[in-house]
Design a protein around this ligand. Structure first.
Ligand SMILES: N[C@@H](CCC(=O)N[C@@H](CS)C(=O)NCC(=O)O)C(=O)O
Length: 220
């Protein structure tokens, strides 16, 4: 088995799904967490392929890009392999969730960029205000694709997929005290809630979620 190191910031950000994939399959990995805007990150930045995180080191070789890292980690897991159309459906749902989530975050990044870069409190305030404003629209969109895909409580019946974990990722996000839109999620994405409830029946996932709640989702 290759030696794996995941390098990211000390928050969930882009890597909740990656850490969960590895933990669920009992894959040993070094979970290196750097502080946001820290000297340590700044001093290592130029060594990362694109100067950004996450980076996955496999036997000492660094790789970037979240999606590529997820695809690699998925291949290392004990998840049942998806057949052609199952894989197409899971990818469609995953991409739709990611797209809706990014659309929800974007006004937050725009608002955050317009305020004093040293004032993290104000950055957080404007960021979460803008994100909350787009939450309902995002959850309606996600529910729409789940319904289209005839999801009841698993994106692909009988086979856990990254699309299920993306919904769990969203569940952790909406429940972060700074985001605090779980009410909107429950109301507008009931199928997503059912998928999360099904996942939570697994004690390993319950444990991962309990641990995840102790960590902030984003650094600001
Ligand atoms: N396309 C990359 C984007 C990575 C990215 O934007 N990373 C951010 C954190 S989420 C980062 O490292 N920001 C710090 C910096 O750019 O200095 C991916 O999907 O992994």
């Amino acid at each position: 088995m290759a030696k794996i190191e995941l390098i990211y910031f000390s928050c969930h950000g882009r890597v909740f799904v990656i850490r969960t994939l590895l933990e669920l399959s009992g894959i040993e990995f070094e979970d290196t967490r750097l502080e946001w805007r820290s000297e340590k990150f700044a001093s290592q930045k130029d060594e990362f392929p694109l100067g950004q995180l996450p980076v996955l080191k496999v036997d000492g070789v660094s790789f970037s890009q979240t999606k590529a890292i997820i695809a690699f980690c998925l291949k290392q897991t004990t998840f049942k392999k998806l057949k052609g159309v199952e894989s197409l459906k899971a990818d469609m749902v995953y991409e739709s969730i990611e797209e809706a989530w990014m659309k929800m975050l974007k006004p937050g990044y725009v608002a955050k960029a317009a305020v004093d870069q040293d004032d993290l409190t104000e950055q957080g305030r404007v960021f979460y205000k803008a994100v909350k404003a787009g939450a309902v629209e995002a959850f309606i969109q996600i529910e729409k694709i789940l319904k289209y895909a005839h999801v009841t409580d698993m994106v692909i019946g009988g086979k856990r997929s990254v699309a299920d974990l993306m919904l769990l990722n969203l569940w952790i996000f909406v429940d972060d005290p700074r985001v605090n839109v779980h009410g909107y999620f429950k109301e507008n994405c009931p199928t997503g809630v059912k998928v999360v409830e099904r996942l939570m029946q697994d004690p390993k996932i319950e444990e991962i979620v309990a641990k995840a709640r102790q960590v902030r989702f984003l650094p600001y």
